[in-house]
Structure formats: structure tokens, C-alpha cells
Design a protein around this ligand. Sequence first.
Ligand code: ADP
Length: 518
Amino acid sequence: MTDTNTDRTASVIEVRNPATGAVSGTVPDTSPDDVAAAVRELRLYQPEWEAIGPEGRKEWLLKLQDWLIDNTEQLADVLQSETAKPRVDALIDPAFAVDLIGYYARRAAKFLADDHPSPHSPLARVKSLTVAYRPHQVVGVITPWNFPLAMPAIDVFPALAAGAAVILKPSEVTPLSAVELARGWAEIGAPPVFKVVTGAGATGGAVVGNADYIQFTGSTATGRKIAAACVERMVPYSLELGGKDPAIVLADADLDRAAHGIAFGGMFNAGQVCISVERVYVEAPVYDVFVEKLTAAVSALRQGADGRASAHEVGALANENQARIVQRHVDEAVAAGARVTTGGKRTGVGTFFEPTVLVDVDHSMSCVAEETFGPTLPVMKVADEAEAIRLANDSIYGLSASVWTGDKQRGERVARQLNAGAVNINDVFANLFNFAMPMGGWGQSGVGARWGGANGLRKYCRAQAITKPKLPTMAKEPLWFPYDMNKIIFSLGAMRAAGARGLRRIDLPALLRLKDGK
Ligand code: ADP
């Protein structure tokens, strides 16, 4: 995306408030060489961070949690200055960060504990088996602009809890909150295993070129480039990319809840959420009533970028480019026969776009087929559940979805037929507040997943298999050199006996023929 609310000179990026255009701060445009140097330095300190173990790291992470709580107001101020979000939205980022850091700080010891799997066969019982989870040295986290504090927190905290050092490259559009996070880490006196490097694509590219694991959130186009670069270097990666999340409203749903939930899911953060509701399918018998209720709920929203008050629900779009995409999607839909039931245009100064509901839309329109990332809700009438599922699955994306119904079993049945990494029944975003669940996209929406209990830490680790003898050892194992055919035949027979179906499959005569070379 073109970052029209940032001005880049040779080595400095100016960050602007998209509601007013005022400069909110400046950050360095970090050169690739400086990124490489930062990663080298992190590598020096990471072994000690790993060595203090999850309990040692917990102390630091909980200190940071206290710092986040004590500095919430300041963090919300900075966040608002670079996003023009309403106050309530700006307060959600630090609260979310506090919740997440507590979860992983306190559970890391359990999640990273060695596994001792049972041997797969009686023969393997001669060894004791251990799987140790050893962190990658430096995890590179690259984040977008929609949640300038929560997006970094979402992946930086689990990676630190896992024992990795972390280099964070926040969006050049909203880097100031990430810089605050680095300030917090320094202020609590934590070990120097977390660094923020500010800059745009070239700085991000240098993170990809130097770190040992890449966790990326952003557009599918950039994600594809990053995946290719990671494959080239043979480093693992995890990507959370675009989405076009469907909501399915079945005729037996509580329509008031569905209308309010979908209005929230579509308009929260002005629709700039990867898991925003971006298209709605409604069963024919309730379509008219639902559209009326949704239109009422959306047109009641108050738009603006308040200061410390909380008078507004919908803020500005992050930048000019984003406003242009939203306008294009609405204009193209209207030109093709769609009708706007509320909203539909830019408003005031800055990048505000009215919360918008569109009807008479179909899958040939950009507002239904492409990711909008803005405050629009296109609504379509469907004959029945089957058509809703078919249309919901007609997308290159598969991040999340919601199903609205009076019958939770039916909701789950529908969920299991949707191609999406998460499905919330009678709710939106609920999976995002459940760190015990994996959050990942299917199709073009991503590769891998974050969180999911222990997996959220183990993904940043390399699993190391360690075997130890359980019995007293001899000078030589039966299979070691020089070969002794009697011992080998015995060993092969034992492997067949243990692994095949029944003693009959040992087939002693055939084994003996092997021995004789016949
Ligand atoms: P958006 O358009 O939603 O900001 P992008 O995918 O363009 O999404 O950007 C997400 C993040 O990826 C930002 O921090 C951006 O600076 C970074 N980025 C952009 N291009 C590259 C690249 N080629 N390599 C690494 N990071 C990049």
C-alpha cells in the first residue's frame, strides 16, 4: 500500500495523523545494514535469554505487563495520534496486549516442557525418548498499520516467551506505538533481546534477509514475496494475510443480535481488521427485515476521531490510499446496479468514510470479490443454507466467518462446511480473544497459525529429538560393524514381529533364505 500519510526523506519517516494531516512524530528509516547489525546483536544476547528458561522470562514479561497497565493512557494517546481511532478503540490495543502477555508468560513453562513420547514399538523401549523445544535465535516480526500496538504484541510476546530474541518491523504508517513498546522494554531494564527497527519495505526485506524465522501480517501480495524470500534462505515462516470474511444469517437467527453483531464486525476500526465482516448472506425469508435492522444499526454509528472522550464508534481510515479503495468499491458497485441503504461517501476532512451498507450486490463486484478493508457491508439474499455456504466459500480467502442461527448445532454443521480458519457462531471476533485456539487463514489468507495454546510457542522453536539408553550398553549394538548375519536376521525378524501384523509375518524360512543369500 502507498503510505500517503507518511513522508519519507533520506533517513527519516514523518508519521501523520490521518484525520488532520498533522505530524505526530518522526522515526528513522533504518537501512538494511543497520537491520543486519541489529540481528547480529540480538544473536549475542539470545542464548542467555533461552538459558534463563520460561520462569526467568516470565519475570520480565510480567514486568512489561505492569508497564503496559501503568502506561495505558500514554499508549492510547500515541496510538490515536497515528491512526485517528476513537478513544475506546485505542484503549483496546493495550488491554489486549496485557491479556496476551499474561497468558504466555504464565503458561510458557508448561507449553515448552519436554515431551517424553511412548516408544512406537517394543524394540524402541530400550531408549528413553525426549523432545526438547529449542527456540529459533532471532524471530523477525513484520506488522501492518491497523492495530499499531496489538499487532506487534500478538506475535512478539509469544516469540519472547518461547526464548527467541525478536526484531520487530512495524508498519511505516503507524510505527510510533511499536517504538513505545521498545521504550517500555528498555524502561523495565529487560535483557536486550527485543529491538524495533522502523522503516518501509526495504527495512522489512532486511528483516526477512537476516532473521531465523519470519512472522508476517499484511497483504497477500507482500506475504507472497516474503514467503519466496524465506524459501530461498530456507528459514521457516508464518503468514497472516488478507481476508473477505463472510457472515451467514439463517432464517432462525436472532435478527437483532445478528444486525448489531455484523454492524460491529464490519465497522469496528472502520472495517480495517483482517477478520472484519466483509460480506453478508441472508436467507430469503428474513432478508428484508435484516437489511432494515442492519441499516438502522449502521446509520446510528457516530463517526469522528475524539481525543480522550469516547463519543465516537468509527474513526478515520489509515491513509488516503485506503479511502480511495473503499470509494472505488462503492462506486463500482453502484455503477453496476447496487443500492446504498446508508453511507456511501467520504465525509469531513481527513480520510473519514461513512459506514456503508450495500444491497443488490453480487460476486462480480469488487466490493464482494476483493478485500475492502473499510467500513462497507455488502448484503446478499440467498435461497437457503446450501447457497449461503456455496457463496461464502466462493473466495480466494479463508480467514474467518460467522454464522447466525437460533440452533447452535446447525451453526456448527454449517461451520464445518466453510473454508475458513475460524468460525464464530452468533458472534464476531470471538476466536481472536481465545489464545488457546489457533488463529490462521486458509487459502490466500495465510500459511501457518499463531497461538493455539502450546503451539503458539512451539512454532518459534525447533523440536530436538534426544535419545538415551535405558539399559546398560554393550561394546557393540547387534547392527553395528562388522555385520554378523545371525544377529542381523534376528534383528530383522524382531522388527517384523514388532511392526507387522502377527508373528506369522516374521516368515522365518524367508529370513533364513536371505541369510544364505538365496
Ligand atoms: P499494507 O498494505 O496493509 O500495509 P503490506 O503488506 O504492504 O500491507 O505491509 C505490511 C508490512 O510489510 C509493513 O510493515 C510493510 O512495511 C512491510 N513490507 C512491505 N513490503 C515488504 C517487503 N518486500 N519485505 C518485507 N516487508 C515488507
